[in-house]
Design a protein around this ligand. Structure first.
Ligand code: NAD
Ligand code: UFG
Length: 383
């Protein structure tokens, strides 16, 4: 616990999002002053409100929120000129792999330009400690598993390339100016939710990733799960991933911050945040069925283009150097994901909000998100 007079002040970009909201909560509970900048592109204000509630009156007063965009220099000037930050945790990014293939310029603009502007303002205001959200996507189809931090990097999508380029950019910035201290955290597959079930992942539109999709099938928003690929050379023919509880990921950021504050000349260094365990898609479905006591209807489908067969981490470097290790297993990930889903079948939206938008829109569907809610409205009553 940081004592009152030595509380550090952290800027969290994208702090209203899935991993950001869980991390902000842990930072507050650890006694940090936290400032969030988010443009709500893939999140909602309610997530921030709930983090405040969970933090309680003592800690929530240390949370400050800016509605802003890291691509907007005026927003950055406002944030940095008003507060002196000890470090930045940089989550803000677009992250949908498929969308990045359709709209590469949008991804390069948001993720790369946004990050460059952020670093410009960090340097201008003398804040040169950074924790950056990277991803196991930088390992592509890995040549060796478990993936350790030294295996060759490659990217197979524009999204993946933004992460790869941003890692290189971070290394170059640090090489050019040794005052920078940078930790790149390569997350594997973050899932689950805070144990309260008050915050969790709430993707807009139809989910791309396995667990949010399973969750929406379980609550009746989607009819069945497509299992992409049953002929992989794995134990049951489905792909293998390293799923990690989002609270473990959040706590990894606290360990990384401590490392930045305590280590001289750390340079720019990458750490995996994974459990080190591989779980197949079919195993994950079974675990979720056990946790939720619901049957998940599945459809066996051909492979999804671009998917790697087997990806899991070596988490040893993070354990040795950050003193961090994942605590939770698949059962807890599914338990907490279901707790969040069953309490919030429509994420941060309420049924009342849905009914209101239905009356207001009357067939006029002004966004994919509302369209999605309308489509599944009949099942809300059932649920
Ligand atoms: P998320 O979409 O839930 O959160 C990202 C947040 O950033 C959102 O709240 C969004 O509104 C905000 N944002 C995006 N662009 C912005 C901009 N230009 N200015 C201000 N705010 C902006 O995603 P997440 O799952 O919490 O991921 C956080 C980070 O971790 C991202 O960088 C992502 O690429 C990375 N990551 C995520 C995963 C995963 O599976 N969730 C895996 C590996 C890496
Ligand atoms: N899958 C299905 N059905 C679905 C969704 C996914 O069978 O509806 C399968 C996929 O084909 C894949 C596995 O479940 O084999 C995991 O898929 P996810 O989309 O959940 O996760 P990925 O490992 O493919 O990729 C995600 C992000 C990447 C990121 C990676 C690690 O999309 O950008 O997690 O964090 F790098």
């Amino acid at each position: 616990m940081v004592s009152e007079d030595e509380k550090q002040t952290i800027l969290v970009t994208g702090g209203a999002g899935f991993i950001g909201s869980h991390t902000v909560l842990q930072l507050l509970k650890e006694g940090y002053n936290v400032y969030v900048i988010d443009n709500f592109d893939n999140s909602v204000e309610e997530a921030v409100n709930r983090v405040r509630l969970l933090a309680g009156p003592e800690y929530s007063q240390n949370l400050h929120f800016y509605l802003g965009d890291i691509r907007n220099k005026e927003d950055l000037e406002k944030v940095f000129s008003q507060t002196r930050f000890d470090a930045v945790i940089h989550f803000a990014a677009l992250k949908a792999v498929g969308e990045s293939v359709q709209k590469p310029a949008l991804y390069y603009n948001n993720n790369i330009i946004g990050s460059l502007y952020l670093y410009e303002y960090m340097a201008k205001y003398g804040c040169k400690k950074l924790v950056f959200s990277s991803s196991s996507t930088v390992y592509g189809e890995p040549e060796k598993i478990p993936c350790d931090e030294d295996i060759p990097l490659k990217a197979v999508s524009p999204y993946g390339r933004t992460k790869l380029f941003l890692e290189e950019i971070a290394r170059d910035i640090q090489k050019a100016d040794y005052e920078w201290k940078i930790i790149l955290l390569r997350y594997f597959n973050p899932v689950g939710a805070h144990e309260s079930g008050m915050i969790g992942e709430d993707p807009k539109g139809i989910p791309n990733n396995l667990m949010p999709y399973i969750q929406q099938v379980a609550v009746g928003r989607l009819p069945q799960l497509n299992v992409y690929g049953t002929d992989y050379p794995t134990k049951d023919g489905s792909t293998i991933r390293d799923y990690i509880h989002v609270m473990d990921v959040a706590n990894g950021h606290l360990a990384a911050l401590q490392k930045l504050f305590q280590t001289e000349n750390i340079g720019c260094v990458a750490y995996n945040l994974g459990t080190g365990n591989g779980t197949s898609v079919l195993e994950m479905i079974s675990a979720f069925e056990r946790a939720s006591n619901k049957k998940i209807p599945i459809k066996l489908c051909p492979r999804r283009p671009g998917d790697a067969t087997e990806v899991y981490s070596s988490p040893e470097k993070a354990f040795k150097e950050l003193g961090w290790r994942a605590k939770y297993g698949i059962e807890e990930m599914c338990r907490d994901q279901w707790n969040w889903a069953s309490k919030n079948p429509y994420g941060y939206q309420t049924k009342e909000l849905l009914q209101k938008s239905e009356r207001k829109e009357k067939g006029e569907r002004n966004s994919d998100q509302i369209f999605q809610y309308m489509l599944s409205y009949s099942t809300i009553e059932e649920y």
